[in-house]
Design a protein around this ligand. Structure first.
Ligand code: PLP
Length: 334
């Protein structure tokens, strides 16, 4: 099966599993797991933040961040389609009594500063307290440039906002921007990074920020049942991914561009030029998206059915898979 549904479907390689088997372990709730401690230190150095904390998932990481930055009755300003608003079961509001203030996302995946400014509330007993700006990079595969984060920092300082970056796929963004992680982190107060997507680990995310922020986040992590014991098993996979799976992200991006270029001339398909590892293909009304997904499945290609396909490239999709997929898809709609 060639699975294009997401870059979360990747399986750990034998080399990654071997590394995990050799990890030195301890109890991380006691702070005793040397492999976890080493990974957290490594991430602190890479991001330029004082501290880092491993978590089970990106959702848990963002939840810890929002609850550590905001108190009950505070508000975070966020993109309508951003993960921290739309795809986390309302966790910040449900569990933290934090008020979301969603605003429209621009075509490039960023938020417009005038839109943010328009929803910032003055200090008045009627209003929730505007506290945090929650950004995302990449958003729907779109790469948001460094300059935007510089401006977001200046803007947030002026308006007394903290900034959280949901960098679930930040290494995909950095691959295109050709800058190191700390270049972007200097402009935000915290970052969350997923390792279970393009980096190919079975699970695991990391949240980074100041020592005081991570100390608060650790309490939230414990509260939501995210304190784990011999977590070094996962930290080792994450360490392996940092060593081996970052430089290859450019292959996923060139595979995405190849797939787009092979599909784009077909009159029934509207293909958006990919900026990282996601290809969006809108199907004309002449094509039945549900049937196409079933037909592709018969040819060993898995996609999420719909009139707009999101095809995600990752470590378990090769260039040959891309060529086979384009050929198969074109033959099915002709
Ligand atoms: C996937 C994703 C997350 C959350 O990751 P999980 O590990 O699935 O909880 C957060 N933010 C963005 C932008 C994502 O794509």
């Amino acid at each position: 099966m060639i699975d294009f549904r997401s870059d979360t479907v990747t399986k750990p390689s034998k080399e990654m599993l071997d590394a995990m088997l050799n990890a030195e372990l301890g109890d991380d709730v006691y702070g005793d797991d040397p492999t976890v401690n080493a990974l957290e230190n490594r991430l602190a150095v890479l991001t330029g933040f004082e501290a880092a904390m491993i978590v089970n998932s990106g959702t848990q990481s963002n939840l810890c961040a929002l609850l550590a930055h905001c108190e009950r009755g505070d508000e975070y300003i966020v993109g309508q389609g951003y993960h921290t608003y739309l795809y986390e079961a309302g966790g910040a509001a449900v569990l933290g009594s934090i008020v979301p203030q969603p605003i429209q996302v621009q075509a490039g995946g960023e938020l417009a500063f005038e839109d943010i400014e328009a929803v910032i509330k003055e200090d008045d007993a009627h209003f929730a307290k505007s506290k945090l700006l929650s950004l995302e990079n990449t958003h729907c595969g779109k790469v948001i440039p460094l300059e935007y984060f510089k401006q977001a920092r200046e803007f947030s300082n002026k308006h007394n906002l903290l900034v959280h970056l949901d960098g679930a796929r930040i290494f995909n963004a950095l691959t295109e921007l050709e800058i190191p992680l700390d270049a972007i982190c200097q402009y935000v107060d915290s970052i969350s990074i997923c390792f279970s997507k393009g980096l190919g680990t079975p699970m695991g995310s990391v949240l980074c920020g100041s020592k005081a922020f991570i100390a608060k986040a650790r309490r939230v992590r414990k509260m939501v049942g995210g304190g784990t014991r011999q977590a070094g098993l996962i930290a080792k996979a994450m360490d392996f991914a940092l060593d081996n799976h970052i430089s290859r992200l450019k292959d996923d991006h060139s595979n995405a561009r190849l797939l787009a270029s092979l599909l784009k001339s077909h009159p029934e398909l509207t293909v958006t030029e990919p900026e990282s590892n996601m290809v969006y293909v809108a199907l004309s009304d002449n094509i039945d998206g549900q049937k196409l997904a079933k037909d592709l499945y018969q040819q060993s290609i898995k996609v999420s059915a719909g009139q707009s396909l999101r095809l995600v490239t990752h470590i378990n999709v090769s260039k040959d898979d891309i060529e086979y997929t384009a050929k198969t898809l074109l033959s099915l709609i002709d």
